[in-house]
Design a protein around this ligand. Structure first.
Ligand code: ZN
Length: 190
């Protein structure tokens, strides 16, 4: 499947993936929000530094990532910073540049150490793939996504992403998440 996360192959790509992961793990998303000049407005809700929508960004501290209802996208620290700098179309290599900057700022070293083995899938790609599928499959998604039942189901699907590690996990998660979303969106539409 074109949208499932690819396993890094070249050594340079692997180093880039590793640095991005270290920055995503080591830099609190709240710190990135501060860097972009966004303060807290209401508990987990913040203004989105990417699209500028007020209180649209829901920060999940336990997973160190955030979901913007207006962008329709999830962000880790690196992707949030890169999107803040570049907008929706993040140029090739910009995530690595953002990771380097964050790593430098927060004293995260790219050297060897307590590395987890194989590269983790890009869970933000997976969440974006699920949203894109919902948009394609359900013409009324723009409205339906705000239905509490639909939003709750989506949050539960995305909440399972930390359990996704292998390529097979990616496929299984996407299949199960589509089924779950299809069920709830079909019900809501009826
Ligand atoms: Zn946004």
């Amino acid at each position: 499947m074109a949208t499932s996360a690819r396993i890094a192959r070249s050594p340079a790509h692997q180093r880039a993936v590793k640095l991005i992961r270290r920055a995503d793990d080591g830099v609190p998303l709240r710190e990135v929000l501060k860097l972009t000049g966004i303060g807290w407005t209401d508990g987990p809700r913040a203004d989105c530094p990417v699209c500028g929508e007020i209180r649209a960004l829901i920060v999940h501290d336990e997973d160190n990532w955030a979901w913007c209802h207006s962008c329709g996208r999830g962000y880790g620290p690196v992707s949030l910073y890169a999107a803040y700098q570049h907008g929706d179309d993040i140029p090739r290599g910009a995530r690595l540049t953002a990771a380097r900057e964050l790593a430098g700022r927060y004293g995260i070293t790219p050297g060897p150490g307590k590395d987890r083995p194989p590269p983790e899938p890009d869970r933000h790609v997976l969440s974006a793939a699920l949203i894109a599928w919902c948009e394609r499959t359900f013409p009324d998604w723009r409205r339906q996504q705000y239905d509490p039942v639909v939003a709750g189901k989506l949050a539960r699907c995305l909440g399972l992403l930390p359990l996704v590690h292998t390529e097979q996990d990616c496929r299984d998660w996407l299949t199960a998440a589509r089924t779950a979303m299809g069920r709830v969106l079909g019900t809501e539409a009826a």
